[in-house]
Write a protein that binds this ligand. Structure first.
Ligand code: C2E
Ligand code: MG
Ligand code: MG
Length: 747
């Protein structure tokens, strides 16, 4: 740091003034003053005083004996000596401070020395020219005079020194000088006053006291001095201890604050994670609730939710009959086939597509549910009439029937829909669903797609349920029996064998026609155990009959096999078992499979038929002409015979008219290199037509009605004729036929 020009100049002036003052003091110095006391005072001022300062706690001020030395010199030896002491005292202090490592700036030491000299000289000169009255100062030598003199000198000394320094530092600005003086020096007046006091005390002791008093006083002052220093040290220690404690305390507080902050942060984080956990919990609760009430695959309501919604609708309708509703029961037909042939993944996709189509065709206030498997249900809120509800159902039916592509497969599904309209008698959802289900089964049976529930349907359904239950016990109760209908070679009336036809003589209702109970047996799955029983009965029967005569030894018994049994894996085994048990040769058994069953899944049929063929049994395609066969598939299937459906035979009129279709079918069968059997021959005309068409075999009331086993056996023993015309008469009794047999080969 360098001084500004003004300050530098001021300092140089002060130093010059100091030199002048010293010159003046030396000039005025009385050599008589050179006494041992002066030497002692000098030593004290130069050596002891700088070291004997007492710092005032919490200030940068220290009480020193230096000023006291100046004032003592003044009292004992006059102003000029005191001026020199002012210089000596400051020089000693600077040297002492320098030794303790204080760094003085340039001109600082001479300036400080000069300042003290100049200010004391000023004070001395002002004091010497002050008019003195004994009133103020007291008589010379009195304590009052001493105090006034020292008071004036010390105050002037202080005022001049501090004002000068403030002025120099404030760079000539008076207001700033005053502020600086008040800030930096006002408190230092104490130092001078204390110094003056000390000087006065020492002076008075030296002048008025005896040596003993002086020694005792000096001792006392010493004790006071040392105990004061001690107490100052203690005070300092106590203060630094307090400071340390405070620091520690604030550090502890800071640490605590920090800890609290960390804690708060941790708390916030834990609250946040708790909140997150709560959210996740709430979400998983919602998911759980959703999962509990919805179908996972389609996202539709599940049975439970459907139950709740329908229950609410029923209750509402019972309170207010204008709150109409309709329940639709939907069952995808042949869905099992899709699952079996294309796999469950495709099956699942089909269900999802169906669900989406259902949703598209209803309103948001309706409830669409998947009840399980391929069964769905819808609560329609509102169509005011059953006819309107039926229209909605028909739209759904039409939409589902639209084929679609999935993984390269062209898939078409159909749905059967039963509708149950709201009714006051319903109290529980199961009752409504049951009736919608009845209607759905009716729609399926009638191949109508959509059916409306009526009470009449329920009666029929209950009957059916009753029959199903009774049928399950029919074998055990001995109510089932086999009827046998001869199959005859048309050309010569030779008996080929019999078709076995199941009869049920119900203990309560009497004979129930197969057309009524066979579908029930098929739907319920009872057909499989029943067919096993039939296979046993018929194979044993035929094995018996084959033994009657040479003529009967190659007879064949035909057994009707239902589609249900065909798709079960047990069929081949059941047949093998029956043949083994009865010891009937395999070619003595023919299996009749309807065309519609065979064509349901042609690949599967082909595989199965090949397996059955390996057993050696014969195969017949029943009810041919009703099942939309694909010719490309038909010729691959290993059937031995084709049975033309009765409807084509009965279509031939009494004069042989309308036989074109029959002719076509016979030709087709021949081209497929299969033997042809015509069913349902009731008239001579029909027989004649078939004869002329070259049909191989015939079956019908005209030839023989189905008969009991006993009757058939009787006929076998009798060697009965089966043709309604005599042998050798190869012409039919009617001469209605004018069919050119070459015309028949149209394929
Ligand atoms: P299906 O296999 O086509 O049997 C021929 C049906 O035609 C028999 O009826 C037979 O009595 C009848 N029928 C034969 N000739 C004539 C005729 O000249 N005129 C008329 N109107 N009908 C004639 P049924 O016994 O009532 O059997 C009906 C259907 O029930 C059978 O048709 C067959 O599909 C099924 N069925 C009968 N028995 C069994 C059986 O043991 N198992 C299985 N799975 N189905 C059977
Ligand atoms: Mg048959
Ligand atoms: Mg048939």
């Amino acid at each position: 740091m360098t001084f500004a020009p003004f300050e530098k100049l001021s300092r140089i002036i002060t130093i010059s003034l100091g030199i002048t003052a010293v010159a003046y003091a030396i000039a005025e110095f009385d050599l008589a003053n050179l006494t041992p006391l002066l030497a002692a005072l000098f030593l004290f001022a130069a050596v002891v005083a700088p070291r004997a300062s007492i710092p005032l706690p919490d200030t940068d001020i220290a009480l020193t004996f230096s000023d006291a030395c100046i004032y003592l010199a003044f009292l004992f030896y006059g102003g000029p000596t005191a001026i020199l002491f002012a210089g000596i005292e400051t020089t000693a202090n600077c040297i002492y401070l320098y030794r303790r490592g204080f760094k003085f700036q340039k001109l600082m030491v001479p300036f400080n020395i000069a300042l003290n000299i100049v200010s004391f000289t000023g004070a001395y000169l002002v004091w010497s020219i002050l008019p003195t009255t004994s009133l103020v100062t007291g008589t010379y030598g009195s304590a009052q005079h001493l105090i006034v003199t020292l008071g004036v000198i010390s105050v002037l000394h202080f005022v001049i020194a501090s004002s000068l320094l403030s002025f120099i530092r404030a760079k000539n600005r008076l207001s700033e000088a005053y502020r600086s003086w008040r800030r930096d020096f006002s408190s230092r007046a104490m130092m001078h006053i204390v110094g003056a006091g000390l000087a006065a005390l020492v002076y008075m002791l030296a002048i008025y006291g005896d040596v003993l008093t002086a020694v005792i006083s000096a001792f006392g002052i010493g004790i006071v001095y040392f105990s004061y220093r001690r107490s100052v040290r203690d005070l300092k220690e106590a203060m630094s201890e307090t400071e340390r404690v405070q620091k520690e305390k604030s550090e502890t507080e800071r640490a605590r604050r920090k800890e609290a902050e960390i804690h708060a942060e941790e708390l916030a984080a834990s609250l946040e994670s708790q909140e997150r956990a709560n959210l996740a919990l709430r979400k998983s609760e919602q998911d759980f609730q959703h999962a509990a009430l919805h179908d996972a695959l389609t996202g539709l309501a599940n049975r439970k939710l459907f139950h709740e919604k329908l229950l609410a609708r029923i209750a509402k309708y019972r309170n207010d009959n204008s709150a109409v509703y309709h329940v639709l029961f939907l069952d995808l037909s042949r869905f099992k086939n899709i699952n079996d042939s294309l796999g469950h993944t495709i099956g699942d996709k089909v269900l999802s597509i169906a669900a989406r189509r259902f949703l598209r065709l209803v309103t948001p206030s309706d409830t669409v549910a998947r009840l399980g498997g391929d069964e769905f249900a819808i609560v329609l809120k509102g169509p005011s009439t059953a006819a309107k509800a039926k229209k909605v159902a028909q739209r759904i039916h039409a939409s589902i029937s639209q084929p679609f592509s999935l993984s390269g497969n062209r898939i078409s599904v159909t749905v059967n829909i039963g509708i149950a309209p709201a009714d006051m008698e319903y109290t529980m959802p199961e009752e409504v669903l049951r009736d919608a289900d009845i209607a759905m089964n009716f729609a399926k049976a009638q191949r109508e797609g959509v059916a409306l529930f009526t009470k009449d349907l329920r009666t029929k359904f209950l009957e059916r349920v009753r029959l199903e239950m009774d049928l399950s016990h029919a074998i055990d109760r001995g109510e089932l029996s086999m009827s046998y209908q001869p199959l005859v070679r048309i050309a010569d009336g030779k008996l080929l064998g019999f078709e076995s036809l199941l009869r049920w003589n119900h203990s309560e209702f009497g004979n129930i026609p197969p057309a009524r109970f066979i579908p029930i047996a098929e739907d319920s799955g009872l057909i499989i155990p029943i067919t096993k029983w039939i296979l046993r009965e018929t194979t044993e029967q035929m094995a018996e009959w084959r033994k009657i005569s040479a003529k009967t030894s190659d007879l064949v018994v035909s057994v009707n096999i239902s589609g249900k049994h065909l798709s079960s894996e047990d069929l081949a085994y059941d047949i093998e078992y029956a043949l083994e048990r009865s010891k009937l040769a395999a070619e003595g058994l023919k299996l009749e499979i309807t065309e519609s069953t065979a064509m349901e899944n042609p690949e599967f049929t082909l595989k199965l038929l090949k397996e059955l063929k390996r057993l050696g049994v014969l195969l017949s395609l029943d009810d041919f002409g009703t099942g939309y066969s694909s010719l490309s598939i038909l010729h691959k299937l290993p059937f031995d015979t084709i049975k033309i459906d009765r409807s084509f035979v009965s279509g031939v009129g009494p004069n042989g008219e309308d036989s074109e279709i029959l002719q076509t079918i016979v030709s087709l069968a021949k081209n497929l290199r299969m033997k042809v059997i015509a069913e349902g021959i009731e008239t001579q005309a029909q027989l004649s037509v078939l004869q002329h068409l070259g049909c191989d075999y015939g079956q019908g009331y005209l030839l023989a009605k189905p008969m009991t086993a006993a009757k058939a056996e009787e006929a076998l023993y009798e060697g009965r004729e089966w043709m309604p015309f005599s042998h050798g008469d190869s012409q039919p009794r009617t001469s209605l036929l004018k069919i050119d047999r070459t015309d028949a080969s149209i394929f």
